[in-house]
Design a protein around this ligand. Sequence first.
Ligand code: NAP
Length: 240
Amino acid sequence: MILGGTSEATHLSKLVAVAKINATLSFAGRVKRTKPQPIPIRVGGFGGPEGLCDYIVQNKITHVIDATHPFAEQISWNTFKACTDLRIPFAALTRNPWVEEPGDNWKNVDSVKAAAIMLKSYKPRTVFLAIGRIQVPEFKIAQQHKYILRLVDPFEGSLPLKNAHTIISRGPFEVSHDIKLMSENEVNIIICKNSGGTGAVSKLLAGRRLKLPVIMINRPKLPERITYNSPAEIVEWLKH
Ligand code: NAP
């Protein structure tokens, strides 16, 4: 079973299908429109580590790949617990974090909440807020700013921010497009998670070109496990 919700998981699913390895791709169900996938999918939480154990046993899963987003902390710990308890081989497919380069102006914080607290003390700005949908309400404490939100699905219910413009779009994004978007909207600060990888890096590359400051949210602590950076390595691991 591949725990997904990332472009890497989709890439891995394609390789697994080509290698004719029997597999299922699991989604949490956060995104409304799931893209067509080359292997069967299942959608929804399992019910904590116990529910995940039951699912693994009932479906005779022999290997689990945690290819979830580096900020999907809960499911990674649940996978660690379930697979360790059941003694099922498991591995993670991850991406290296982005690294600050000379000329960049990053302020690193340890959580979305800490980013919101930092922003609260700033004079009014136009903020490119790229943190997904769920934690947007944290920024209610910093209403002096204008926010540009790029989301996969529209916000459910009314937006918790008074001055916000929502763009519904799904990556991967182009750097030239993001430069245009940030220039036209007069963005003067970026807030994002240190997701790493190539699918969402365009905002940072655009911000670098426009010399914009960044509040960078550090990754949460994840369990120690066998980790690979490429889907091809995972397929090799599965074959042995
Ligand atoms: P999370 O906080 O780690 O997980 C919350 C709960 O959602 C888990 O306890 C589990 O429910 C369920 N869940 C999460 N991933 C699942 C999966 N692949 N298959 C089945 N159930 C799953 O996760 P999250 O941060 O809400 O992220 C949810 C999904 O969105 C993940 O698949 C992740 O890869 C993707 N994603 C997250 C981010 C982000 O910034 N967090 C960004 C892009 C994509 P039960 O306890 O009931 O099993």
